[in-house]
Design a protein around this ligand. Sequence first.
Ligand SMILES: C[S@@+](CC[C@H](N)C(=O)[O-])C[C@H]1O[C@@H](n2cnc3c(N)ncnc32)[C@H](O)[C@@H]1O
Length: 306
Amino acid sequence: MSKITKPVLITEYGHLYKGDCLQIMRGIKSESVDLFFADPPFNLNKSYGNGVRDDLQESEYLEWCHKWIDEGVRVLKPGGSFFLYNIPKWNVQLASYISKSLNFRSWIAIEITFSLPIKGRLYPSHYSLLYFVKGKKPNTFEPPRLPMQVCRHCGGEIKDYGGYKNKMNPKGINLSDIWTDIPPVRHKKYKNREANALSLKLLDRILDMSSKEGDVILDPFGGSGTTYIAAELKMRKWIGMEISTTDEITRRFKSMAKDKEYYDCLRENVNVLFTKKALELRKKHGHHNGKYVLSETNITKQKALF
Ligand SMILES: C[S@@+](CC[C@H](N)C(=O)[O-])C[C@H]1O[C@@H](n2cnc3c(N)ncnc32)[C@H](O)[C@@H]1O
């Protein structure tokens, strides 16, 4: 790394810089990052604090996005993964721009349950997470498996998994491009600005899927630092930046115990067919304990479905 200002926070795995991400990224070496994740302001006229305008003309907003996307693409290693979280209105246009330099992998729909209806429009119930790769194949693609969705009263199956319910993979369900289990983060501690923190669960999944220990993660829009916390907990190196106050991020790193506790709970429910809670319910209501046998025939049949 060269020409960039001094970090305001150095942790075991990462560096946090205060300033405009465009300038900071320009000081980062080309092809040095394994995973790029961006959750920019959505241009919805929100207040982020000093130096951030969130009420640009459409063309201005897109031009600004193109600039930091170009930097993101430049710093990404061949085989590196690029994620962009935004509302569908912007991502549909930005996907077409990014496609000029990277290969499209997925449009992941992140279900949201806390939005308000918009008059004359369909009720918005997903955000878009674009997933691209530099070059033909990602260096890392290890999607975690998820627990089966069960009835919250009795723990019984509520979905038909292609009629193979007795032969499910004991490690859980294949990750799809619709993520319905990402909780919203609501807290009142951000008094002067809207930090719009994402769930640690979202970043845990993205980092699981597309990076490994020791990889370098770059997120140009720090906010409350969820990406950096996830990277630190997962032993990935990280480069962070935030134009407005970085106090929330620093504070979060000083008291990481809460995040760590939540993270440990999350990890108990990754790559398992049933969560602990579901297993207790299933036992109580006489459902089997999930010790399914995955036959070779079933694997072939499952593959044929996609
Ligand atoms: C949607 S929030 C990110 C929230 C973050 N993902 C989290 O989970 O906490 C976007 C952040 O980008 C910051 N930001 C906006 N423009 C920026 C710029 N040019 N350079 C660096 N940060 C910027 C805003 O201040 C805001 O904190």
